[in-house]
Write a protein that binds this ligand. Structure first.
Ligand SMILES: [Zn+2]
Length: 392
């Protein structure tokens, strides 16, 4: 409950004890005890709330997070570019840094060297030292066991089942937490974005694959095994198109980069002498569709219909108030055209429920890194508030 009170104040920016009482459904006495503990521990401080006056006209006392109670680092490891941010306990951005990254699989040791170089660059930009950092949160694409820190499989690493959390912790002598990139983005929405005011929402990411993160009752839902929700590999067709996971009929096999570029190279690219990267093929396909090329338009429309199907399944299973569509591919507006949203509503039994809202966030990779920082922050505050660690 102390954690809930802390998270509530952090999400609101400022909150009075009465706000906390009402929001958490607890007694006024409990709110006083909880906030007193958090003030003593150095996480919250009292400030005067300028807008809110009590019935006697005196300014009310509000609570806010102590920003320099600690600093965390969030890192997004990705193809082409790694990016890192440092934030304080209030979520304020202190510094950011990036580093070019190759587009091939690499040994774990090489990925660690790259992360180390990035952390040094970030520390130099921030003027902080390693001892100022409470925790590092790292996100990368793949199947990641959040609890153990094992990367079961990632397109970026040559080995399977590498315990990246242990390897990082040994090298940096800082606690490290890991998660997949869709969960990072969901945490970024929960901590800093539209999800701050929502108790249940989903984030669907369309990048090189199709990912999903789910918040239920203000908590990121990780499942029994902590491996993440693989919306991209739910089946939408028995014996359907071949997916890169080796199975058939996965949503991703109709929607991801490689699926669209596979169709595009058949429909458009007969004369190209050299194979192009999927994102270049996709960009050419989009330009053709914009110019009215029928085959190109059909490919995007079909992908859009599969997206409608996937979103409708998410609504029926989880009843979220909002689905945030995110990722680089949201620049292709065919994927969220009115027809796609109409189709989604048609496929969904809506009796007695408000239609689920859809938001489009075509943010860049900085927000993913902020999500990684949110992961670190949530990890350290949970531990600190539980009494296992101290504020810096
Ligand atoms: Zn699959």
């Amino acid at each position: 409950m102390r954690q809930n009170a802390f998270e509530y104040v952090r999400a609101q920016g400022q909150a009075t004890r009465t706000d906390i009482t009402q929001a958490l459904g607890i007694s006024a006495g409990s709110a006083t005890t909880l906030t007193a503990d958090l003030i003593t521990a150095g996480f919250l401080k009292e400030v005067q709330s300028p807008q809110k006056e009590s019935s006697r006209g005196r300014p009310r006392v509000a609570l806010t997070v102590v920003p320099d109670a600690g600093y965390v680092i969030g890192i997004k490891l990705a193809f082409k570019r790694h990016i890192a941010v440092m934030i304080d306990f209030s979520g304020n951005l202190i510094a950011q840094a990036d580093l070019p990254s190759g587009d091939v699989r690499r040994p774990v040791e090489q990925l660690m060297d790259e992360a180390e170089a990035l952390i040094h660059k970030l520390l130099a930009a921030s003027g902080k030292s390693q001892t100022d950092i409470c925790t590092v949160g790292i996100g990368l694409p793949g199947i990641i066991d959040h609890r153990s820190g094992v990367v079961v499989w990632s397109a970026m690493i040559t080995t399977r089942d590498a315990n990246l959390a242990d390897l990082f912790a040994e090298r940096f002598t800082m606690p490290v937490v890991l998660d997949n990139d869709a969960n990072m983005l969901t945490l970024a929405e929960l901590w800093f974005g539209q999800g701050r005011s929502m108790s249940s929402f989903a984030v669907v990411t369309i990048e090189s694959g199709v990912g999903m993160g789910l918040v239920l009752d203000n908590q990121l839902y990780r499942g029994a095994n902590g491996l993440g929700l693989e919306l991209g590999h739910t089946k939408v067709q028995l014996d359907g198109a071949l997916c890169r996971c080796g199975q058939r009929g996965c949503l991703e096999a109709y929607l991801a980069d490689y699926a669209l570029s596979r169709e595009a190279s058949t429909a458009l690219d007969h004369a190209s002498p050299t194979p192009r990267a999927p994102e270049h093929t996709l960009e050419a396909l989009f330009q053709q569709a914009k110019a009215g090329h029928t085959a190109a338009e059909t490919i995007f429309r079909r992908a859009g219909r599969y997206l409608s199907l996937g979103l409708s399944n998410v609504v029926q299973l989880f009843d979220p108030a909002l689905i945030i569509l995110s990722g680089e591919r949201m620049q292709y507006d065919y994927l969220y055209a009115e027809t796609v949203m109409d189709e989604m509503h048609k496929l969904t039994l809506n009796e007695g429920r408000k239609p689920c809202k859809i938001a489009i966030h075509a943010w860049g990779d900085l927000v993913w890194a902020r999500g990684a920082a949110a992961l670190a922050l949530s990890h350290i505050t949970t531990r600190m508030i539980a009494g296992e660690a101290r504020a810096a």
